[in-house]
Design a protein around this ligand. Structure first.
Ligand SMILES: Cc1cc2nc3c(=O)[nH]c(=O)nc-3n(C[C@H](O)[C@H](O)[C@H](O)COP(=O)(O)O)c2cc1C
Length: 325
């Protein structure tokens, strides 16, 4: 997730047992140009593995050149092609989900990427089509498999849907029945129960969680617990406070002062939702201007949670969806 799955967040999610993490999507052009910000986004540490670097671009040549560089220089566990981004700035250039409008180009991109990646497996993430009149997921999945991709992720909404409506999980099932490569289902998993339901309803090989992890990285542990037949850990104030502390420390170690403050506020805003008193804590964090101030409020919240745990009902609404737009 752009703006979210940076190094600190990936480390945190790995600690909560996620199977694979991905970088934020990076521009193939940006990689070729050697932009400092882009190059920083693809760096990772061994404790993040297995990790995929996700790339978007508009031409087979540029995408392949960037992938050859990434495969050689960073040796990620996989390279993921983004055919799902609906953001106008991206699709205007023919990248992201614009590829769903040109399956011949998509074929060339996947073929060139697989060749350029060498030993590194290539996977694809896509939406179901450009709009409801052009659902191409099944056709595209066949092409993607034929061109040598090793797995594909489907977020079954169209580009024109953006994040509205519901993800049509029946399309994940249909794609799974169409191809032999592993299919990763994505869309509208907000709880561990949702993840199990997606496995059951679609027969997918794995699930991908995006918005459901904002302020809830423990969802991966909960999914693992349910998959192994156990009971999912209950979210409680101590878990939230401990995770806020850990996340803040990871951010502080990795980023500059200004970025630490901004990103801490962003994530803490997501963590502090759905329990009495949350708004008050959020206000305290939003008023912080320095990392020392954030540190102080994190410490206060941590102490408060550890001493008054039962007084805070941390049971968040099960269907709470974090609106990121
Ligand atoms: C803030 C944000 C950033 C995202 N960035 C990316 C991205 O860089 N690459 C990508 O493939 N999908 C990205 N997505 C889409 C998600 O991966 C996912 O397909 C979509 O949110 C549906 O899954 P969900 O219901 O679990 O959120 C992003 C979504 C959000 C909310």
């Amino acid at each position: 997730m752009a703006g979210v799955t940076d190094h600190p967040f990936r480390v945190l999610c790995r600690r909560f047992g996620v199977g694979v993490v991905y970088t934020e999507f990076v521009s193939a052009n940006g990689i070729i140009r050697g932009g400092a910000k882009t190059l920083r986004m693809v760096r990772f540490t061994p404790n993040e593995r297995p990790i995929g670097i996700q790339v978007f671009g508009d031409t087979p040549e540029v995408i392949a050149a960037s992938v050859a560089y990434l495969a050689k220089k960073h040796q990620p566990d996989l390279i993921d092609l983004n055919f799902g981004c609906p953001v106008p700035k991206i699709v205007k250039k023919g990248a992201g989900s614009a590829m769903l409008r040109d399956l011949a180009l998509m074929r060339d991109v996947v073929t060139a990427t697989v060749a350029a990646a060498g030993q590194v497996p290539v996977t694809v993430k896509m939406r179901s089509g450009w709009d409801s009149g052009s659902l191409v997921a099944i056709e595209a999945a066949a092409i993607i498999e034929e061109c040598g991709a090793k797995a594909l992720t489907l977020h079954p909404r169209t580009t024109s849907q953006g994040f509205t409506g519901r993800a049509d999980w029946s399309l994940i099932k249909a794609v799974k029945e169409q191809v032999g490569i592993p299919v990763i289902g994505n869309g509208d998993i907000h709880t561990a129960d949702d993840a199990l339901r997606m496995f059951d309803e679609t027969g997918c090989d794995a699930v991908m969680v995006a918005r459901g992890v904002l302020g809830s990285p423990w969802i991966f542990r909960q999914i693992g617990e349910l998959l192994s037949g156990g009971t999912a850990i209950q979210v409680n104030p101590v878990l939230i406070a401990d995770t806020c502390r850990e996340h803040f420390e990871l951010l502080r170690r990795y980023y500059s002062e200004r970025m630490t403050v901004n990103l801490s506020k962003k994530h803490l805003n997501w963590y502090l939702k759905g329990f009495p008193g949350a708004a008050q804590w959020r206000r305290l964090f939003m008023a912080c201007d320095t990392s020392a101030q954030v540190d102080q409020v994190v410490t206060d919240f941590h102490n408060f949670a550890h001493t008054n745990g039962e007084a805070i009902i941390a049971d968040r609404e099960p269907d709470q969806v974090i609106n990121v737009n």
